[in-house]
Ligand binder design. Structure first.
Ligand SMILES: NC(=O)c1ccc[n+]([C@@H]2O[C@H](COP(=O)([O-])OP(=O)(O)OC[C@H]3O[C@@H](n4cnc5c(N)ncnc54)[C@H](O)[C@@H]3O)[C@@H](O)[C@H]2O)c1
Ligand SMILES: O=C(O)C[C@H](O)C(=O)O
Length: 332
């Protein structure tokens, strides 16, 4: 067995964490042979609930779980961590857009950026889940200047999973038969789920999504709108935002970052833009990435972008520029 990986989950008393912690502690993310030290952070009023979560973690009797540290202090939570799953933040309610959470949540990520800078390992890998996730990740990275910007990401894997599942259902195949769907941009209703480069395997044959679905109008309209609005649809139905599917997506995101992606396949992650595809440098924008075995990713280059895609990619970038400016103002 290797040394334990020290993993921080914030918002550990909340609803996403309740699904997430079990999967992380049983080896779904960092490997079936990797022992885990779990650090659970929440705010002081939730300390009692956190105690209950710790009891349950113990009662799961998981062989890989070496230690659970529950705390309400950032100095303890961020100390020498290898991975940070930053979930803790206010969720939106019915009728809100995710960016309506900016004023309330951005300060959490400024503070946690500073804590990462001060206490975490410089190799720490960070995924921001709390909304608005892209802009919170940008702020987190900005306030952690000693940690390379490429170590910060935000979750758009839930959107990728949603898109993949919609295509699979329409084509009548398993989700695993759909590959290389891309989510561009913001984890918001301006995101662009792009199937132009994606494939579907049907009866042993690999087809483009357009050839497999044979309904361009559905792909250009209803499909995109369904993925863009899926978070809101879940909130309308559950009166709570998605949790089980969010936890699964966090696991998928961090597992692939840790272990790498299969050759020829890519996944979508919000990462700091290097200017690829004309996206303004420094924004946290969701791109297709390929990940190597050493936890380092590259933005997939050279995908042909048609006019339909260009407009949608620029539109979601514009929203991220506005969010960034509002967030920087709120932080000052
Ligand atoms: N990016 C995505 O795909 C995605 C998906 C689902 C939910 N989300 C977002 O994730 C966030 C959490 O959702 P949830 O349903 O678990 O919410 P929740 O309200 O059930 O739990 C949030 C937890 O965070 C805690 N918290 C608040 N401030 C904190 C801080 N400074 N430090 C540590 N913990 C803190 C709260 O006390 C609470 O226990 C929300 O912002 C939600 O919108 C993002
Ligand atoms: O939509 C939300 O506010 C929650 C989450 O971001 C989601 O996509 O389900």
């Amino acid at each position: 067995m290797t040394d334990p990986v020290k993993v921080l989950v914030t918002g550990a008393a909340g609803q996403i964490a309740y699904s997430l912690l079990y999967s992380v502690a049983k080896g779904d993310v960092f490997g079936k042979d990797t022992p885990i030290t779990l650090v659970l952070l929440d705010i002081p009023p939730m300390a009692g609930v956190l105690d209950g979560v710790v009891m349950e973690m113990q009662d799961c009797a998981l062989p890989l779980l070496k230690e659970v540290i529950a705390t309400t202090e950032e100095a303890v939570a961020f100390d020498k961590i290898d991975a940070a799953l930053l979930v803790g933040a206010m969720p939106r309610k019915e009728g809100m857009e995710r960016k309506d959470l900016l004023a309330a949540n951005v300060k959490i990520f400024k503070s946690q950026g500073m804590a990462l800078d001060k206490y975490a390992k410089k190799t720490v890998k960070v995924v921001v889940v709390g909304n608005p996730a892209n802009t919170n990740a940008l702020i987190c990275s900005k306030f952690a200047p000693s940690i390379p910007p490429e170590n910060f990401s935000c979750l758009t894997r839930l959107d990728q999973n949603r898109a993949q599942a919609q295509i699979a259902a329409r084509a009548g195949v398993a989700c695993s038969a759909v590959k290389n769907v891309v989510i561009w941009g913001n984890h918001s209703s301006t995101q662009y789920p792009d199937v132009n480069h994606a494939t579907v395997e049907i009866n042993g044959k690999t087809l483009s999504v357009f050839d497999a679905i044979k309904d361009d109008s559905w792909l250009k309209n209803e499909f995109i709108a369904t993925v863009q609005q899926r978070g809101a649809a879940v909130i309308k139905a559950r009166k709570l935002s998605s949790a089980m599917s969010a936890a699964k997506a966090i696991c998928d995101h961090m597992r692939d970052w840790w272990a790498g992606t299969p050759k020829g396949q890519w996944v979508s992650m919000g990462v700091v833009s290097d200017g690829s595809y004309g996206i303004e440098k420094g924004l946290v924008y969701s791109f297709p990435v390929e990940i190597g075995s050493n936890h380092s990713y590259k933005i997939v280059q050279g995908l042909p972008i048609n006019d339909f895609s260009r407009e949608k990619m620029d539109n979601t970038m514009k929203e991220l520029i506005q969010e960034r400016d509002m967030a920087l103002e709120a932080c000052n």
